[in-house]
Design a binder for this molecule. Structure first.
Ligand SMILES: Cc1cc2nc3c(=O)[nH]c(=O)nc-3n(C[C@H](O)[C@H](O)[C@H](O)COP(=O)(O)OP(=O)(O)OC[C@H]3O[C@@H](n4cnc5c(N)ncnc54)[C@H](O)[C@@H]3O)c2cc1C
Length: 458
């Protein structure tokens, strides 16, 4: 393994190597260790013990808040530790955490298999799966972590253990939803794969802001009964070259035949309200093309702020989100509604990932100029303040605990997670959740919305 100490000439490069977000923190690990194998990971844990340091992990570097870069730590970079083994007959794969979501392309091409990886090709499975993972065909296949059968873990005291529902089952429970407070280092995910769809088709409907309510209520009304092999989303955004916000409904269906794809998308085409500025129906598509579309919508080489909420099922959704969708300051901002029903209507397996609703709502500031940092953060905070009261909680995958406190797990699951963290990492050797001062340590997050805590204090 390679160790890069703070006085090394390559330290600064290694500190942010593969980090997606250009909005970067003033935090300085004592050293960066590039691991190439499981034994390197064990060695790195020993090194941290001997130096009295914490360990932070980087699998793909896509966490918006750059959780891998921490003070008083060794940054364990898993980018050079790569392993993918597929057992096509059993539809299983074993992958190292730095494996990117676009593993799906290889699985499709070589084996006709797929799993619910992240929508953007270069999000790595380490952070993605530990957080639950909202990926391909989520309405149907469920959370990414529901497709994890077992994990191999190096514990905070440097032991290598296998975890599934029989062995070390509490650690396996936590590996499906603990997110960036998992009390160990995952070295391998054992994945359950699905037969891959053969045909991808999309439909798109772009409405002017004047049609927001009508268009939103139309797509909302369709969603719960819509074909569950079809992904639906709606974004508030400024179309290229336009100076007015639009409401854009996008659908991707994944099927075995063109006829099935057309039948899946038809109910939307037949019932769409008039007035779209642009629309298409059942356009040919592929997974490669989808990745390109995602990369275009969520580009690299930018500063990023992201936050989200699962909005309650019983609210007037179009009304609750209207301000967020229609008052985007400029084209550096976008918001997303991503429906999760019918998955969200099915009970979850027993695992840490325990919050869901029919409506995932994400807010993103994607910009280039550091002089916009404060303006973008203020917009994000104000937007979330207006909607968080209507939510059941927040997904750990696209948020920053330094900016806003929320509920991330069910009450019972939050308590169980805290217990498991104390049991497996009583010293807080693995950097836990990064709160405002990075002081939450073994105690972890309060798992309570900030606005509720503030009201209670009044
Ligand atoms: C462009 C973009 C698109 C995205 N799209 C999606 C999407 O479609 N669906 C979705 O659910 N999320 C999505 N995300 C969010 C993404 O899943 C999270 O940011 C996730 O943390 C990224 O994982 P990573 O390994 O790349 O990040 P990293 O920054 O490397 O890891 C994040 C944290 O996870 C923990 N961690 C990672 N690996 C390990 C390990 N092996 N052992 C222990 N702890 C570990 C550590 O605390 C680490 O600091 C997207 C993010 C971006 C930037």
């Amino acid at each position: 393994m390679e160790i890069i100490w703070r006085d090394s000439a390559t330290y600064e490069h290694a500190r942010f190597e593969r980090v997606y977000n250009l909005l970067r923190p003033n935090r300085y690990p004592a050293a960066i260790v590039r691991a190439k194998s499981e034994s390197d990971i064990v060695e790195a844990v020993r090194l941290a013990h001997s130096k009295g340091l914490r360990i932070a992990v980087r699998s793909g570097g896509h966490s918006f808040a750059v959780w891998s870069v921490r003070d008083h730590s060794i940054l364990l970079d898993l980018g050079d530790y790569r392993e993918v083994t597929v057992d096509a007959a059993k539809r299983e794969a074993r992958v190292s955490p730095s494996t990117q979501s676009n593993l799906d392309l290889q699985l499709m091409k070589d084996y006709g298999l797929m799993f619910g990886g992240g929508h953007c090709p270069d999000v790595s499975l380490g952070g993605y799966l530990l957080q639950g993972g909202i990926g391909w065909n989520c309405r149907n296949w469920g959370w990414g972590c529901e497709q994890v059968k077992a994990v191999d873990v190096v514990t905070a005291d440097g032991r290598l253990v296998h975890c599934n529902t029989e062995e070390n089952s509490d650690l396996f429970w936590a590996a499906r939803g603990a997110g960036p407070g998992f009390p160990g280092i995952v070295t391998r995910f054992h994945l359950q794969l699905h037969p891959a769809p053969k045909v991808f088709r999309t439909s798109g409907y772009m409405f002017p802001k004047t049609h927001y309510r009508e268009a939103f209520n139309w797509i909302l009304g369709l969603t719960s009964t819509f074909d569950d092999g079809t992904e639906i989303s709606a974004s508030g955004m400024y179309p290229d070259g336009k100076d007015e916000v639009a409401f854009f409904v996008y659908m991707v269906t994944m099927k075995d035949t063109a006829e099935e794809a057309q039948a899946a998308l038809l109910p939307a085409q037949q019932t769409r309200p008039p007035g779209a500025i642009e629309e298409w129906f059942c356009r040919e598509d592929s997974l490669e093309q989808e990745y390109a579309t995602q990369e275009n919508a969520y580009p690299g080489g930018r500063r990023w702020l992201a936050d989200n909420a699962f909005i309650r099922n019983d609210v007037d959704l179009a009304a609750v989100l209207e301000d967020a969708f229609l008052n985007l300051p400029d084209n550096n901002f976008t918001v997303l509604w991503y429906p999760l029903a019918p998955r969200s209507r099915r009970p979850l397996p027993d695992m840490a990932c325990s919050l869901q609703s029919d409506h995932y709502f994400g807010v993103y500031a994607i910009y280039q100029d550091e002089r916009d940092d404060e303006r973008c953060l203020t917009w994000q905070k104000q937007t979330m303040e207006k909607v968080e009261r209507f939510s059941v909680g927040t997904f750990t995958g696209e948020t920053d605990f330094q900016h806003r406190e929320a509920k991330y797990w069910g009450d019972e699951q939050g308590l169980r997670l805290a217990e498991i963290r104390r049991k497996w990492d009583p010293e807080g050797r693995i950097c836990g959740y990064l709160d405002r001062e990075d002081t939450s340590g073994v105690g972890g997050l309060s798992n309570r919305p900030g606005w509720q805590t503030q009201s209670a204090q009044l």
